[in-house]
Unconditional design. Sequence first.
Length: 169
Amino acid sequence: MTQSLTLRLARPEDLSAVDTLLARSFPRLLAKDYPPSIMVTIVPILSRARPDLLASGRYFVVEDTAGRVLGAGGYSLPRRKPVGLAGPATASIRHVATDPDAIRQGIGARVMQAIFAAAGAEGVTSYDCLSTLTAVPFYAAQGFLAIGPVEVPMRPALSFRAMRMVRPA
């Protein structure tokens, strides 16, 4: 990769840039693994940045020297600490994406390494992920194991097929 990239924590004001990234990434990258009906009904729902994630201190962006966001992703922790544990046991991987023109350049892996470092510092001992079918090989390369397919409810009578994946810390 010839350009200089910066990884940093996302800020609430990154909402538009992350929206743009997701709107570029998901429709282009998921089209080979999902039927047109999913692409027009569910992918637009998935392709919206989550303000709560951007403000959480657990969501990262990778940007180029021009400030364009080329990658993003983060994690969330359980709302309540599991009884008897010193820290959170499992972090859920959330809304990871790479610009389709910048895939296979290590951007997604860089985001995941930041997630693992930050979550590990919070006491996380494992990770859970609902991967798109397209991203299963990416998560496998990050040490995740596929548990099995799941249907994620999106809206009444609409669901999205994903793969549940897990990884020890």
